[in-house]
Design a protein around this ligand. Structure first.
Ligand code: KG4
Ligand code: ZN
Length: 341
């Protein structure tokens, strides 16, 4: 076996380790232990609990990679953005391994990881327009190369995924809210409630989900004084909320795609991608696919299994750094708020 990179992901509530072959980009090993059940009781991620669970789970996964240790060429780890105390668990493990095995260390940006989840086991495609939707971020950016990323729009408050988590919590449906709200929405009437479309008339090129979340909260409060079919109500709230949240993303994506069309021909991108945990949302995929069709763009999506946080995408980014001999020293720090892309 030619050289491998061992990668570690612990930026939030998924403990994950992968082994990727540098030459072929093949994923040799990948395991992720999700902590969703443990955090579900609290309606969201509890950082201290997540950190303690990483300390327990990462070594369990690492043990399974023992027979490959002799083939390792580098150790990669997510360093930003994320929860400080959970990032530190992965970083400590990475530094220990790099030191003990005398291997170079590679710090990886988690959001770049989501971007490279498009290119697992294959070559990258640039330039492209990207919609990134996760629990921590909602943004639009242009990716021109491994190092050239230009963010053009971000959320001014909550992220898309986070708004699903909050709606789910308000309805008492559990965590993570994305898949739960999506599945409730399937049985609901998406026109039952006319929630306001965020930043509709504003020129501001940004996302916002807190107003929509508040509108949902008010409807739930009103419902407490009425007798009704509760399951129907929950399904209708989920469907109506999801319709507006997706429409908001699509409205801003439409502006982004228009802007692309107005660029010089040689600068225009022909591919558009949706990445991040919330890119698994079926309605979003369907609506963005239609938008891409209208603009004659090719839509790129990550395999469903790798939309949410995982170490394989971190390993894929690390291959690029390894090829360019971009290594970090032992001063490598965890950076909760993203500084560089
Ligand atoms: O990328 P990710 O795994 O973690 C972060 O980097 O934040 O994304 C997790 C987020 C959660 O907020 C989750 O509720 C949301 O993605 N999510 C979804 C769906 N699946 C996961 N949101 C909407 N629809 C989904 N099907
Ligand atoms: Zn993520």
């Amino acid at each position: 076996m030619s050289g491998l990179i061992l990668s570690i992901e612990s930026s939030c509530d998924d403990s994950s380790i992968a082994l990727t072959e540098i030459q072929t980009k093949k994923i040799i090993f990948h395991q992720k232990i999700s902590q969703e059940k443990e955090h579900s009781a609290f309606g969201g991620v509890v950082p201290e609990l997540a950190s303690r669970l990483h300390a327990e789970l990462l070594p369990q996964i690492l043990e399974k990679t023992q027979s490959y240790l002799k083939d390792l060429k580098a150790i990669a780890v997510t360093t930003q953005p994320g929860l400080n105390i959970t990032l530190l668990e992965g970083l400590m493990m990475a530094k220990t391994l790099a030191y003990a095995l005398n291997l170079p260390l590679i710090g990886v940006n988690h959001l770049k990881g989501h971007l490279y989840s498009l290119f697992l086991e294959k070559d990258s495609i640039f330039p492209l327009g990207v919609l990134l939707v996760s629990g921590g971020h909602s943004m639009l950016f242009e990716a021109r190369s491994f190092t050239e990323m230009k963010i053009v729009a971000r959320s001014i408050d909550d992220s898309f995924g986070e708004s699903f988590d909050k709606v789910s919590k308000m309805l008492g449906l559990g965590y993570p809210g994305g898949p739960i709200v999506e599945s409730y929405a399937k049985n609901g009437n998406d026109l039952a409630f006319s929630f306001p479309l965020p930043l509709k008339s504003k020129k501001q090129f940004a996302f916002s989900f807190s107003g929509l979340k508040n509108a949902v909260r008010l409807e739930i409060e009103k419902s407490k004084t009425k007798t009704m079919d509760l399951e129907r109500f929950k399904a209708d709230i989920c469907a109506s909320f999801q319709r507006v949240a997706v429409e908001h993303l699509c409205q801003k994506c439409n502006i982004f795609l228009q802007q692309n069309q107005q660029q010089d021909k040689q600068c225009q991108w022909k591919h558009f991608a949706i990445v991040g945990g919330a890119s698994a949302n079926c309605l979003l995929r369907e609506k963005i696919a239609k938008l891409c069709e209208d603009y004659a763009l090719i839509l790129l999506l990550s395999p469903l299994e790798y939309c949410s946080d995982n170490a394989a995408m971190i390993g894929r980014v690390a291959i690029e750094s390894y090829m360019q001999k971009e290594f970090d020293d032992f001063n490598l720090q965890a950076i909760p708020k993203m500084q560089t892309f």
